[in-house]
Design a protein around this ligand. Structure first.
Ligand SMILES: O=C(O)c1ccccc1N[C@@H]1O[C@H](COP(=O)(O)O)[C@@H](O)[C@H]1O
Length: 219
């Protein structure tokens, strides 16, 4: 199971997350978030983890194409996570500007089905670039993400076209207590959490991260 812990803000926490065995670590460039990071600190994190086996994911929300491109060229993360309803045209242009980057596109939903996602992927095909991964998160009118709200797991299981659509990453309110059941129900490629392993907004708890990762390894 691919496991991403999102919203790392310092080198010490980044080492802790990598040493506990996470697959990926999220660096959040959305300034209003309590988990945001400056590019200078992100560079320090990247340098500190250069010998460790963990992917870096840059998270963006409604940034311009030139902002995302600039950070990708400066930092060379393995992946970007677009979490602000970025358009199919945006994905196609980003893929041209930063050809090697893998794109996670966040679908924030409160719908009873996945029709909007299906339409989005059709438009992506017309524009020439599909996301490499779809991350499903809960929709909230208050915030773009990091809300701790759950998504309807059963609906996703019933409606996600696992064989036709990009690999699925499940997010939204995942904690050490519920992640095992979430994996059993949805059978995603990967999972992502931000607030579910924190003792306070932006502060990752080693105990909670360890428990979370252990739960993802249970069969
Ligand atoms: O974590 C944030 O503050 C955040 C802000 C804006 C967009 C995305 C954000 N995080 C992503 O939100 C989901 C769910 O978070 P949570 O586990 O429910 O707290 C996750 O994909 C984070 O990467």
């Amino acid at each position: 199971m691919w496991v991403k812990i999102c919203g790392i803000q310092d080198v010490e926490t980044a080492h802790m997350i990598a040493d506990l065995g996470a697959s990926a670590l999220g660096l959040n460039f959305y300034a209003p978030s309590p988990r945001s990071i400056e590019l200078s600190t992100a560079r320090e994190v990247k340098a500190a983890l250069s010998h460790k086996e963990i992917s870096l994911v840059g998270l963006f929300v409604k940034h311009t194409l030139s902002e995302v491109t600039f950070i990708c060229r400066e930092l060379s993360p393995h992946m970007v996570q677009l979490h602000g309803d970025e358009s199919p045209e945006f994905l196609a242009e980003l893929a041209q500007h930063v050809p090697d980057i893998e794109i996670i596109w966040a679908f924030r939903t409160q719908d009873p089905d996945l029709d909007r996602l299906s339409d989005f992927l059709t438009k992506c095909d017309q524009c020439g670039k599909r996301p490499d991964y779809i991350l499903i998160d809960a929709y909230s009118p208050q915030a773009y993400g990091g809300t701790g709200q759950l998504v309807p797991w059963e609906m996703i299981k019933e409606n996600y076209l696992y064989d036709e659509w990009p690999a699925l990453i499940l997010a939204g309110g995942l904690t050490p207590e519920n992640v095992h059941e979430a994996i059993q129900t949805v059978t995603p490629f990967g999972i992502d959490t931000a607030s579910g392993v924190e003792s306070a907004p932006g502060i990752k708890s080693q105990t909670m991260v360890e428990a979370f990762i252990n739960q993802t390894k249970k069969i």
